[in-house]
Design a protein around this ligand. Structure first.
Ligand SMILES: *Cc1c(COP(=O)(O)O)cnc(C)c1O
Length: 428
């Protein structure tokens, strides 16, 4: 029944369907543990022979309800909710990569993910090659090796707001027998559902638009259930061969289409424990209930702000895929026909110091290390989120030294523009 609902209805209703006399609102199951009648019942859960709750590090009813809603919105077979978006992207790769393996990633990705891939995962013996996501199929193909296990990108990159050619990535990955993993944080499933374009695994920092009110850090991994792991049996033995930590259980045999996502709970979450807390899941769910209302307003406001900035004599450049002048306008029209997101990037004429002075003069638009919530905010990645990157890495990540990332909120757009205008006047 849930799969027949439209996205707007799923935002409000999916995941929690109370029965007679049960709570109308998703309850917070603030409990670490769950009771059973016999020792045998509990033993079957540990062997993955029955499904049920036993310990909230693995599963919790509140967290699972929100995971079901997000899986329904993305059109996947299941989701794992994590304590952060960082954990979600780490889990998505680590679930199928181990020491000695390699994956390919777009270079234009969130700074935290770039560090995770280029430094921390390398320490675990998992190697990455970064590619220009706009490069030709042949150029991206050249990054693949026999031990490559995945191809990663962001639907709309943070902070450069480039749009990914999803079908191109899917073609390249599938030709090489590996899944495509796409971080869909900025688009949200309201504006783009990557699985419909052939993407295998979707990740989210739910901290951003999904929560939408900047109250809880969280993440999600959604499995489409479409990747045929058994077709590449020898490449994905972590799913197709017995798991010693479950008495020789084989995930593809026991769970079919849900092999990848079940392994993530049963093994990666069990051992690493970056689970979402029930109370954070409850707060996230409140945000999701209005996601379909907030996203169009973010897009509409951002479009007006982008047009204002593009026409402003003190602005050097604007990158917003909704502008016809954007290099990504055609990709946006294809993959994001209802709007992209509320985030745009721009640079003003003058020095880096002018950019900093401009930001310091803003009143309504706040300087915060956050993006994609109801309140407008701004950040200068080269001095904030990306300050650990070298100039060369900044350019590779699509972050010009003068780039300011403006996250347009859902306030009245006239007030947002008025705030920008008074800051320009102060500069001028
Ligand atoms: C913020 C962000 C992340 C990291 O998420 P956290 O919830 O902050 O850990 C990952 N990917 C993208 C695209 C992001 O914007």
């Amino acid at each position: 029944m849930q799969n027949k609902m439209k996205p707007g209805t799923m935002c409000v209703q999916a995941g929690w369907t109370p029965k007679k006399g049960e709570s109308r609102v998703l309850p917070i199951f603030q409990s670490t543990t769950f009771k059973y009648e016999t020792s045998e019942q509990m033993a079957r859960l540990f062997d993955l022979e029955d499904s049920g709750y036993f310990y909230s590090r693995l599963q919790n009813p509140t967290v699972d309800a929100v995971g079901s809603k997000i899986a329904a919105l993305e059109g996947g077979v299941g989701a794992v909710m994590t304590s952060s978006g960082q954990a979600a992207n780490f889990y998505a790769i680590f679930n199928i990569c181990q020491a000695g393996d390699h994956f390919v990633s777009a270079s234009t990705i969130y700074g935290g993910t770039y560090n995770l891939f280029s430094v921390t995962m390398k320490k675990l013996g998992i190697d990455v090659t970064f590619v220009d996501a706009d490069a030709s199929e042949e150029e991206i193909q050249a990054a693949f090796r026999p031990n490559t296990k995945a191809l990663f990108g962001e639907t709309i990159s943070n902070p450069s707001v480039n749009v990914l050619d999803l079908e191109k990535f899917v073609r390249i990955a599938h030709k090489n027998g590996v899944p495509v993993i796409v971080d869909n944080t900025f688009a949200t499933p309201v504006n783009c559902r990557p699985i419909e374009w052939g993407v295998d695994i979707v990740t989210h920092s739910t901290t951003k638009y999904m929560d939408g009110h900047a109250v809880a850090v969280g993440g999600a991994v959604i499995d489409s259930g479409n990747f045929d792991w058994e077709a590449y049996h020898d490449k994905f033995t972590c799913l197709t061969e017995p798991d010693d930590s479950y008495h020789g259980l084989v995930y593809t045999k026991a769970f079919g289409k849900a092999a990848y996502i079940t392994k993530m709970v049963a093994q990666v979450m069990r051992d690493l424990g970056a689970m979402m807390a029930p109370e954070n899941a409850f707060l996230l769910n409140l945000g999701l209930e209005t996601l379909h209302l907030r996203m169009p307003r973010h897009c509409e406001n951002a479009q007006k702000v982008a047009e204002y900035l593009e026409a402003h004599p003190m602005v050097e450049w604007v990158n917003f895929c909704g502008l016809p002048s954007s290099k990504y306008n055609a990709l946006a029209n294809k993959y994001l026909p209802n709007g992209a997101c509320g985030v745009l990037a721009f640079g003003i004429k003058g020095s880096k110091e002018d950019a900093i002075r401009f930001m310091d003069t803003l009143k309504l638009i706040a300087i915060v290390t956050h993006v994609a919530d109801a309140r407008s905010c701004i950040l200068h990645p080269a001095s904030h989120t990306h300050r650990q990157l070298t100039d060369e890495q900044l350019i590779e990540a699509g972050v010009a030294p003068d780039l300011m990332r403006l996250s347009v909120g859902i306030e009245d757009v006239e007030d947002i523009i008025a705030d920008l205008e008074q800051a320009f006047q102060t500069l001028g």
